[in-house]
Design a protein around this ligand. Structure first.
Ligand SMILES: Nc1nc2c(ncn2[C@@H]2O[C@H](COP(=O)(O)OP(=O)(O)OP(=O)(O)O)[C@@H](O)[C@H]2O)c(=O)[nH]1
Ligand SMILES: [Mg+2]
Ligand SMILES: [Zn+2]
Length: 219
């Protein structure tokens, strides 16, 4: 009996994610689900991405945090529509939370929706929210052993951004090991080395994103 209940919840969660996805497709919106440990640089990446792309595309942002609205305030200063979800303890976002933000957006004006997940290297990877791609950041101070120790995030993502590359020499980050282990888990992973502080590598990431937005964009 208990097993059946759990299965129903998972089915409902998948169904809602599929409904979200259908709505995004209908509006020609490319959706990324951005995941990382706390403090790896998600909001910094969102800020950089908005600054460069906001003249060319309509961008919306959903910020997921257990508590508070610091990140949404940072994004709001850039003048794009943003909604803060406070999960009230839950350590990941799910499709239902995403759906509840929809009344706040004018989907006709949005080409790219960025969802910043709760900082957590484990369970955000287990949940679909209706995204086109999961994108994850690994920052160099976290260590090059993270792909091997937290494989699901790397398995589920289309893109791995190795952030804080400016700090790599100071924290003895073994770039070759991180790349090798990540690709062993997911050979299709696109890997970009970036710094949200110096701007290194961001052009390649933004070019990848421009192409993806164009591939779904409404005419
Ligand atoms: N040196 C350096 N610092 C960075 C870089 N990217 C982000 N930071 C700093 O790292 C800290 C955390 O960055 P955030 O962008 O807030 O990280 P986050 O992943 O959004 O954090 P949570 O939302 O709390 O999980 C800030 O002090 C940033 O200035 C980088 O490439 N290099
Ligand atoms: Mg953040
Ligand atoms: Zn969780």
């Amino acid at each position: 009996m208990q097993i059946k209940v759990v299965k129903n919840i998972l089915d409902a969660s998948r169904r809602i994610a599929a409904e979200n996805r259908a709505l995004f497709d209908q509006h020609g919106i490319y959706v990324i689900n951005l995941m990382s440990s706390p403090g790896a640089g998600k909001t910094s990446l969102v800020e950089n991405t908005i600054r460069t792309l906001q003249n060319d595309f309509g961008i919306g942002v959903i910020e997921g945090d257990i508590q508070d609205s610091y990140d949404a305030e940072r994004i709001g200063r850039l003048g794009v529509p943003v909604v803060q979800i406070n999960t009230g303890g839950a350590c990941h976002l799910d499709g239902n939370m995403i759906r509840e933000t929809f009344t706040n957006f004018d989907f006709a004006a949005i080409d790219l929706l960025i969802v910043e997940n709760v900082g957590n290297l484990v369970c955000p990877a287990e949940f679909e929210i209706g995204e086109n791609a999961k994108v994850m950041l690994l920052s160099t101070p976290e260590g090059a052993d993270k792909p091997a120790k937290y494989p699901l995030m790397f398995a589920e993502s289309k893109v791995l951004l190795i952030n804080k590359i400016d700090l790599a020499p100071y924290v003895d980050f073994d770039l070759d090991k991180a790349r090798r282990d990540a690709l062993a888990i997911n050979p299709d992973l696109e890997i970009f080395e970036i710094s949200c502080k110096t701007g290194t590598g961001l052009e390649q990431w933004l070019e990848w994103l421009r192409q993806k937005i164009a591939s779904v964009k409404k005419r």
